[in-house]
Design a protein around this ligand. Structure first.
Ligand SMILES: [Fe+2]
Length: 260
């Protein structure tokens, strides 16, 4: 199966992601061998720290990445990962972000070092994006909960029309046991729309490892579920279309209850 990776820091030397053009080349070759046919370059944009000039610099680098990736027949789309902090409302108002290329989708993140925080604050930021005419894709939701994930809160996000993205690295256990459990709970409850790599490096653990993720998940999830999460929904986002929800996993106990 081919994959589309909508979250990755492949554009080099502009954030904490890939540091050099050589490393970007190497990361693209890994993406190719992982059957990734398209990627969205999503450099971090930090409200209060990035101005219009910075955004232009980021876009130029993404264009350079597009050229580099053509050697691998990998399609590159522009985007960003907008950090939702106290300054973000002004940044959203001033258009200091890069939506997923030619669509009304915008990848956003919260501070992974903290709990998701006050309900109104977070929801206000997301609502502000909606008012601006964009649909938030919430990056790696599994990483914002230090204990058990609040599934009802995620359901509320989905009810609001937001897109839920989970990292392949979380599913592979790279961010620890709690984050891994959170990611699988989301999958099992059918509360994920997209799996993406959030690539930061060309070696180590935060690499474009979608084939390994697919192979690992194939033992417990259907081909169609994984295709929805790793190809169909990402493709729909790139085409500015709606995503579909996956079905909640039927556990042995649930099946037993149903039979009664
Ligand atoms: Fe990221």
């Amino acid at each position: 199966m081919q994959f589309i990776d909508i979250h990755g820091h492949y554009a080099w030397n502009i954030d904490d992601g890939i540091p050099s053009k050589d490393d970007a080349y190497h990361a693209l070759s890994i993406a190719k061998s992982n059957n990734i046919q398209a990627i969205v370059a999503t450099p971090h944009i930090v409200p209060g720290s990035h101005n219009l000039e910075d955004i232009k610099t980021i876009q130029l680098r993404i264009n350079e990445l597009k050229e580099l990736a053509s050697e691998f027949q990998i399609q590159v789309y522009e985007g960003c990962e907008l950090f939702l902090n106290h300054d973000c409302i002004q940044s959203i108002h001033d258009n200091l972000f890069i939506p997923l290329e030619n669509t009304h989708y915008l990848l956003v993140e919260f501070d992974v070092r903290k709990e998701l925080g006050d309900e109104h604050e977070v929801e206000d930021y997301l609502y502000e994006i909606e008012m601006k005419g964009y649909i938030p894709i919430i990056a790696h939701v599994e990483r914002y909960f230090k204990d058990e994930i609040d599934l009802d809160r995620i359901r509320d996000f989905i009810d609001s029309g937001y897109i839920i993205q989970v990292n392949s690295s979380s599913l592979l256990g790279i961010h620890g046991k709690t984050v891994k459990n959170n990611a699988y709970r989301l999958l099992n409850e059918g509360l994920v729309h997209v799996i993406a790599s959030d690539t930061h490096r060309c070696e180590g653990k935060r690499i474009p490892n979608l084939q390994l993720t697919f192979d690992t998940l194939s033992k417990d999830y259907s081909y169609q579920t994984l295709k929805t999460l790793m190809f169909d929904n990402p493709e729909s986002l790139l085409n500015n279309k709606e995503v579909v929800n996956i079905e909640a996993k039927k556990s042995f106990f649930r099946k037993l209850l149903k039979r009664r």
